[in-house]
Design a binder for this molecule. Structure first.
Ligand SMILES: [Zn+2]
Length: 347
């Protein structure tokens, strides 16, 4: 994923801040332990002393080591001394743990604190960018996206069934709107639970106001919480950004944070295209949609598409190749019921 230098610097500064904050937490923990168990610092000092003694002895002793080994096989041989040192150190370390236990702290209370243990808050694992880095990069590029704000309040816990009637079963699947909504939510949950093991995609279709965007946000929230990178774009935004990049030759010259990189579209863990069919459709949008859908299928990266179009309209609006990719690789979830926005407004 390409980032501008400015974006890269912002991310690296963020890691600096994380490490500083975590160091601060650790310092405070040390102060707390020294206060509650003053002997802790004495034990630490003792460890330093005997380690330094041992080091000094190793340096001085190395000159006479051969004569010592020849002359003596008693308790003072270097081998025994290092054994003594090890047992002394492990005894002191045990005492440190006991100190922590006594004041009600876990044994690793004074271990380094990492927000991301995978990369130890460096952003890199070897030469590779850590998953936390990729997520931060996407968050940075999409900080203006309203996804984060929406999904704070829209998640599986707040999904309400009260808007779905439990009568007039649908002629196609025999389910009432309520039964159908429950099934849709169960499928959406399964999608998030199995996200890392099982590659799958969702086409969420159905009438206006039946809760498609809400359900999409539930999934997004769940995956963002488990540190996946999620890009949410309405179809209008998606094709706007793509055409800006394709047709504006000045594009990309300025070093601004809203610069759009199409690589994100193919690389993020989940791409959500909301409201497909509301854009100005033409051969350009159809071919771009195919490119994104196909590219992500090849890379086994999931997509959720939500649309008010029926499957038939979808086929008529986009090319047959788009339609065949969707029907073969997407779980089709249909939501129906009264328009929740109207129900809410009239209650
Ligand atoms: Zn990391």
């Amino acid at each position: 994923m390409a980032l501008t230098n400015k974006q890269y610097d912002i991310l690296m500064r963020e890691y600096d801040n994380i490490r500083t904050a975590n160091q601060h937490i650790l310092n405070e923990r040390y102060e707390e332990v020294y206060r509650l168990a003053p002997e802790y610092s004495e034990i630490e000092q003792e460890i330093i002393n005997i380690s330094m003694d041992a080091a000094r002895e190793r340096i001085l002793g190395s000159n006479t080591a051969s004569s010592l080994q020849d002359a003596s096989h008693g308790n003072d041989s270097p081998l025994n001394k290092s054994g003594d040192l090890q047992s002394k150190l492990s005894e002191l370390n045990n005492r440190k743990t006991q100190c922590l236990t006594r004041i009600g702290k876990p044994a690793d209370y004074l271990s380094p604190v990492y927000t991301c243990p995978l990369c130890k808050d460096s952003g890199y694992i070897g030469q590779e960018r850590c998953s936390c880095f990729k997520k931060k990069a996407i968050d940075l590029v999409y900080q203006d996206s309203n996804l984060k704000n929406i999904t704070e309040s829209e998640n599986f816990d707040t999904f309400s069934y009260e808007w779905y009637a439990d009568d007039s079963p649908n002629s196609a699947n025999g389910l009432t709107p309520l039964q159908n909504a429950k099934q849709a939510v169960a499928m959406a949950k399964e999608f998030t639970v199995k996200f890392d093991e099982e590659f799958s995609n969702i086409l969420l279709y159905g009438t206006t106001g039946a809760g498609k965007t809400f359900l999409t946000n539930c999934i997004a929230r769940e995956l963002l919480n488990s540190t996946h990178s999620v890009i949410y774009l309405t179809a209008v935004e998606l094709f706007d950004k793509l055409s800006q990049k394709d047709f504006n030759k000045d594009y990309g010259k300025s070093d601004t944070s809203d610069e759009f990189d199409t690589e994100y579209l193919t690389e993020c863990d989940l791409l959500i295209i909301d409201d497909l069919g509301t854009e100005m459709g033409n051969s350009y949008t159809a071919s771009k949609l195919f490119y994104i859908i196909n590219e992500r299928l090849l890379r086994k990266k999931s997509v959720i598409i939500s649309t008010n179009l029926s499957l038939k309209e979808l086929q008529d609006t986009y090319s047959d190749r788009v339609f065949s990719r969707i029907t073969s690789a997407y779980k089709c979830i249909r939501l129906f019921g009264d328009d929740i926005r109207i129900l809410k407004a009239t209650r």
